[in-house]
Design a binder for this molecule. Structure first.
Ligand SMILES: [Zn+2]
Ligand SMILES: [Zn+2]
Length: 186
């Protein structure tokens, strides 16, 4: 077997991002999932995903692109964008993930609602970190959770994001542990 072991979670900023928040996301991903992280800006921009009619960016092709260019050591890729993302059935999304797959993305764009990142950087970072961990959770096969305090709870508004904790509930933790300890498919 010559294939390098996939053992890193790659964090991939797209465009300008606050270095502080990147560090925060790395720390939290490391704490919750137990994998090392590396920062690799894999995409300069996501103009290929722009929908001219909606003036928003379709997240699904971005995920496909990221999975195609992920470095060999990447178990997962978490992209962080600052543009407005959508999937066709919804007006917007905070992020999207390949369920049980390799790539996910989260956007800062809508998470600024109701607060200014300059005026309340902590509130903004807290939201972004939660939604980043939520999307990564999907790549580890976690689905939405009914518990409004659980990180895997589906949030329609930033108020929902603010309301949930920064932890998975016990049920989701067990599911995550099973998935992480599962022998790799060959
Ligand atoms: Zn979700
Ligand atoms: Zn849960």
């Amino acid at each position: 077997m010559n294939a390098p072991k996939k053992h890193i979670i790659v964090i991939s900023p797209i465009g300008d991002l606050d270095a502080e928040v990147l560090g925060r996301i790395e720390k939290e991903v490391n704490r919750i999932f137990g994998y090392e992280t590396e920062i690799h800006p894999l995409l300069k921009n996501v103009e290929f995903a722009l929908d001219l009619n909606r003036d928003q960016y379709h997240s699904t092709p971005i995920l496909q692109k990221l999975a195609g260019i992920a470095p060999p050591q990447a178990l997962k890729v978490l992209a962080i964008a600052n543009v407005d993302l959508f999937i066709p059935i919804l007006t917007h999304v905070y992020g999207e993930a390949q369920l049980g797959g390799q790539a996910c993305i989260v956007s800062t764009h809508r998470l600024k609602e109701g607060l200014s990142p300059a005026g309340n950087p902590e509130g903004f970072r807290y939201r972004l970190v939660k939604e980043a961990v939520h999307e990564l959770g999907h790549t580890f096969k976690l689905r939405h959770c009914k518990d409004p305090a659980c990180l895997m709870h589906y949030c329609r508004t930033v108020r929902d994001v603010d309301r949930k904790s920064s932890e998975f509930c016990r049920y989701c933790m067990v599911m995550l542990g099973d998935e992480i300890n599962r022998p790799a498919e060959t």
